[in-house]
Design a protein around this ligand. Structure first.
Ligand SMILES: Cc1ncc(COP(=O)(O)O)c(C=O)c1O
Length: 390
C-alpha cells in the first residue's frame, strides 16, 4: 500500500485524471492472444508504402534533428494547399501548427484556451480524451447531448446555443462524431458560428473524421465558413484516413496572430514533431487521395457487414452513422457496459469499447470499430452471437 501522503503529493491536475475506460478494456485484452481488437478507432491496414518510404528516405538523408516549434514550413504549406482545395478554406501557413498527434493538438488547444474554472460546452456522447484534455486543464464542462430521434442521431442546436452564454470560453464540437457518427450540418454550423462571433466564444472543432464521411468527399467543416481571424481552432490528424495511428502526427489551425504563442506552448510540451514523420505527412497529403478512396471502400464493406449482422439481433438497436467508422449500438437490458465489455472480452475474445466511456449518456451502448477486413468482422460476429442474442 502506498502512503496516502505520497499519493496526494502529486498535482491536483494529475490526481483528478480519470482513466479512459476504452483503454482499460484494451489494456486487459492486449495481454491475451487471439483477441479481435475492435475497441480503438484504428483501421487494420498498414500505412501506404509511399508514405513509409518517404519517412525512410528522410531518415536516411539525415533528417533526425530538432524542427521548428510550429512544424516544417513545407508541411504547413502542404496542409494549407490540401485544406484550401478540399474545403475552400483560405488558410495560410501562419495559421497551422504541426503536432505529434491529434491528441497532442487537443491538449495544446486546452492549454492554450483554458484557465481553471473556465466554462466549456461540449457535445456528448464524445471521445473521452477530447473532454478529458479540457477537464485536465481545469475547465468546468457543460454537456449538450446528441440523442436518437426518428432513426438519426440529432443535436438540439437551439439548446446548444442557449448554453453558449456570455462568458463561456469555448464550445467543443466533434463532427463526424466519435462514437455516434453524428454530423453537424452546414446550416447548424452557420448558426453556431454566428452566435459565437457575437459573444466572442471560441469554437474548437475536432475534425479528425472529416474525410470519413459517408455522403461526400468531406463532412461539413467550420473551415469552409470561417474567416482566418475567427476564434476557431480546428484539430486534425493523419491517424485515421491515412492509416497512420502509430506515427503520431496531426495539426491544428488557429488565428495567425497566435502562431508565436502556440510555438511557445509546443516548446514546453514536445518542442517539435519528428522531421521524418513530417516528411511522411507531406507525401500523405500530396499523394494520398487514392489511399483515402481505398480505405473508404474497405470501411464501407465493413459497415455493411456489421450493420447487417447487428440488425439480426432483436436486443440490438442501432442507428446508421453518417461518418467516422463506428457502430455505436444499444443492447436492450444492458446496464453496465464496462462490465459487459470486460465479460465479452473474457468470454469471446472480441475487444469492444464500453458506451459509458463516452459519457453517462452512453451507458447501455457498446462501440465497435468496423475498419477491419471482412473475415475478422465475420469471426467477431460469430463470437458475439451468444452474447447479443441471449
Ligand atoms: C474524436 C477524436 N479526436 C482526436 C483523436 C486523436 O487521434 P490521434 O491522437 O491518433 O491523432 C481521436 C482518436 O481516436 C478521436 O477519436
Amino acid at each position: 500500500m502506498v502512503d496516502a501522503k505520497i499519493l496526494n503529493s502529486i498535482s491536483s491536475r494529475a490526481r483528478a485524471l480519470e482513466a479512459s475506460k476504452i483503454r482499460e478494456v484494451a489494456e486487459l485484452g492486449m495481454k491475451k492472444d487471439g483477441v479481435l481488437p475492435l475497441w480503438f478507432g484504428e483501421g487494420a491496414w498498414s500505412t501506404n508504402p509511399l508514405i513509409v518510404d518517404a519517412a525512410i528516405a528522410s531518415l536516411k538523408a539525415g533528417n533526425h534533428m530538432y524542427q521548428p516549434n510550429n512544424g516544417m514550413m513545407a508541411l504547413r504549406q502542404a496542409i494549407c494547399t490540401y485544406s484550401n482545395e478540399l474545403l475552400s478554406s483560405r488558410l495560410n501557413p501562419a495559421q497551422v501548427t504541426v503536432t505529434p498527434s491529434g491528441m497532442q493538438g487537443l491538449m495544446l488547444t486546452a492549454e492554450f484556451l483554458v484557465s481553471p474554472g473556465d466554462r466549456i460546452v461540449a457535445v456528448e456522447p464524445g471521445w473521452p480524451n477530447l473532454i478529458g484534455a479540457f477537464k485536465a486543464t481545469g475547465a468546468e464542462i457543460t454537456s449538450v447531448t446528441i440523442v436518437p430521434k426518428d432513426g438519426h442521431w440529432t443535436l438540439d442546436v437551439d439548446g446548444l446555443i442557449a448554453e453558449l452564454t456570455p462568458g463561456t470560453k469555448a464550445v467543443v464540437i466533434n463532427s463526424p462524431n466519435n462514437p455516434t457518427g453524428w454530423i453537424m450540418s452546414d446550416e447548424e454550423q452557420c448558426l453556431v458560428l454566428e452566435h459565437c462571433r457575437r459573444f466572442g466564444i471560441w469554437i474548437v472543432a475536432d475534425d479528425v473524421y472529416t474525410r470519413l464521411y459517408r455522403h461526400g468527399r468531406h463532412a461539413p467543416s467550420f473551415l469552409s465558413i470561417t474567416e482566418p481571424e475567427d476564434l476557431l481552432i480546428s484539430v486534425n490528424s493523419f491517424s485515421k484516413c491515412w492509416s497512420m495511428t502509430g506515427w503520431r502526427l496531426g495539426w491544428i489551425v488557429a488565428p495567425a496572430v497566435f502562431e508565436g504563442k502556440l510555438g511557445q506552448l509546443t516548446e514546453f510540451n514536445t518542442s517539435c514533431t519528428a522531421g521524418f514523420v513530417q516528411e511522411a505527412g507531406i507525401t500523405a497529403l500530396r499523394d494520398g487521395e487514392e489511399e483515402i478512396a481505398s480505405l473508404l471502400e474497405k470501411i464501407q464493406t465493413g459497415y455493411e457487414l456489421s450493420a447487417e449482422r447487428l440488425n439480426t439481433f432483436s436486443r440490438v438497436e442501432f442507428i446508421e452513422p453518417d461518418g467516422a467508422f463506428y457502430c455505436f449500438f444499444r443492447v436492450d437490458g444492458l446496464t453496465n457496459s464496462f462490465a459487459a465489455a470486460v465479460e465479452i472480452l473474457e468470454q469471446t475474445k472480441v475487444g469492444l469499447a464500453p458506451g459509458v466511456a463516452f459519457g453517462p449518456q452512453g451507458e447501455g451502448y457498446l462501440r465497435l470499430c468496423y475498419a477491419q477486413p471482412v473475415d475478422v468482422l465475420e469471426e467477431a460476429f460469430v463470437r458475439l452471437e451468444p452474447f447479443l442474442s441471449k
